[in-house]
Design a binder for this molecule. Sequence first.
Ligand SMILES: *[C@@H]1O[C@H](CO)[C@@H](O)[C@H](O)[C@H]1NC(C)=O
Length: 286
Amino acid sequence: MMLLIVMPLLFCSILAVEAGNFYQDFDISWGDNRGKILNNGELLTLSLDRTSGSGFQSKNEYMYGKIDMQIKLVPGNSAGTVTAYYLSSEGPTWDEIDFEFLGNLSGDPYTIHTNVYTQGKGDREQQFHLWFDPASDFHTYSILWNPQRIIFYVDGTPIREFKNMESIGIPFPKTQPMRIYSSLWNADDWATRGGLVKTDWSNAPFTASYRNFDAKTSCVWSAGKSSCGSSDSNSKDRAWLTEDLDATSQERLRWVQRNFMIYDYCTDSNRFPQGFPRECNVATKL
Ligand SMILES: *[C@@H]1O[C@H](CO)[C@@H](O)[C@H](O)[C@H]1NC(C)=O
């Protein structure tokens, strides 16, 4: 009797660990049963209906990382919905690295909204359209966070870089460990065409899907210590800790910024009549 129960459980958990497992790495944090972990932990779905959205968060906290997640956004008429995927620390002077996907009417493009908060201060939005339909299939969204820079990637293409500019007095996230969060909610007061297009609840429930989470070489923070110690045997897998954009990647970044960037706070003069934030004057944009 014992064997019959234990054997299949062991077998499942071994298989699942290799595939990257949502049971192991995440907790569904809100939304009752609207967030679900499926297929032995290989798939996670969030859903949104008129009553509530849903969300999940990582069990681990990270202090630097290279974190990949494949996401398939809400298909069809997703206007009014927002899927957020981000890293954040806690407390009043938190750090945060944000992807937010703003839904749209069928056939109209999603907007990818990005932001970086350091010590509780954000206001650093850049927005993009994409060169593919992010709701028809899974695509990989990555955050590289090392001591020198933060880079947002989509399918391996860098779309934004936020450099460490402490030398000119801009705080950089380096003392507060961050957790991974994601949520799907209704934001039809602002999300689509600035709130003009409302959520069509006859399409509910809305569902976003996640798979192939990978943070295995990231630095897990636990009891005040990082798993990326100096005597670490995995250090060869941690090239990302000093990763910079090479010439090819810089060319890709320029291509995205030239063709797909639809908003950049560093060029919004109406918003900053007293002058742009100081980091805008540095060569953060290429
Ligand atoms: C929705 O589509 C319109 C029309 O193409 C576009 O202007 C807008 O940026 C899209 N995204 C959002 C979130 O409104």
